[in-house]
Design a binder for this molecule. Structure first.
Ligand code: SAH
Length: 224
């Protein structure tokens, strides 16, 4: 998979891809992530990418020209499955969406800043708008990092124990069961006996029951 992230702050996005699962997935060649500096596509002397809003009001707006130049240059090289804009008024990211996006070959993620992008970008150049929750961030970079993390860990080979991602919360609309590790007893607080029993079938059943119970208690909406 190839992910091209268009941003005015490429440095802000370097670190999330330099550690742990994302780093290894890139090293293994499972995913290629390119941080593209939108300013490189500005035709202004000062490399500016924003301007005052028509009609007045506070805040700058990212203009269509550099964004269109950048997206068109990328599209001239290859076909994209989706051109995503990170936006608080987009569809809220969830596991189902992450599963779907993880099957794509090439995607673009455009990070907004300031007041956001000129509406014509959204109307004509973007195919999907994704929010990571009902709150406003200063820019789309952290949202892009969240989206990428949720996608990349699902690509086969990204996680060494392949089944692990499939037993995480939200797969099958269930929350994950509780987990424990050594010591079996700490401060009088014990690990459930069943997990020490060695009976795999009973353990699986117990985990499934715990998943259902936890989902009923914390997120009954998922069971509907
Ligand atoms: N004026 C806009 C917010 C701009 S915030 C509004 O009220 O809707 C600046 C940029 O941060 C946005 O363009 C978007 O790219 C990003 N952003 C902010 N909150 C986000 C969220 N919850 N999910 C995804 N991206 C977000």
């Amino acid at each position: 998979m190839r992910i091209d992230i268009i941003t005015v702050l490429p440095q802000l996005l370097e670190s999330p891809f330099q550690h742990s699962i994302l780093k290894r997935a890139i090293e293994k060649g499972i995913v290629e992530v390119n941080l593209i500096n939108l300013r490189d596509y500005s035709t202004h002397k000062q490399k500016s990418v924003d301007d005052y809003a028509f009609g007045g009001g506070a805040g700058m707006v990212m203009g269509i020209e550099p964004i269109a130049n950048c997206i068109n240059a990328l599209k001239a090289e290859r076909q994209y499955d989706e051109v995503i804009y990170t936006s608080p008024d987009g569809e809220t990211l969830n596991q189902k969406m992450a599963n779907h996006l993880s099957t794509f070959k090439n995607i673009i993620i455009l990070c907004g800043h300031y007041k956001g992008v000129d509406e014509r970008v959204r109307q004509h150049l973007i195919t999907r708008e994704i929010s990571i929750g009902d709150y406003v961030l200063s820019g789309g970079e952290l949202a892009a990092a969240v989206i990428c993390d949720s996608i990349i860990r699902l690509i086969p080979g990204a996680i060494s124990d392949e089944t692990s991602a499939l037993t995480d919360s939200f797969q099958d609309n269930l929350l994950a069961p509780p987990v424990y590790t050594r010591p079996a007893e700490y401060n009088g607080w014990k690990v459930p006996d069943i997990l020490l029993s060695g009976h795999n079938k009973n353990i699986e059943e117990w985990r499934h029951e715990q998943s259902i119970e936890r989902t009923q208690k914390r997120r009954p909406d998922l069971l509907k």
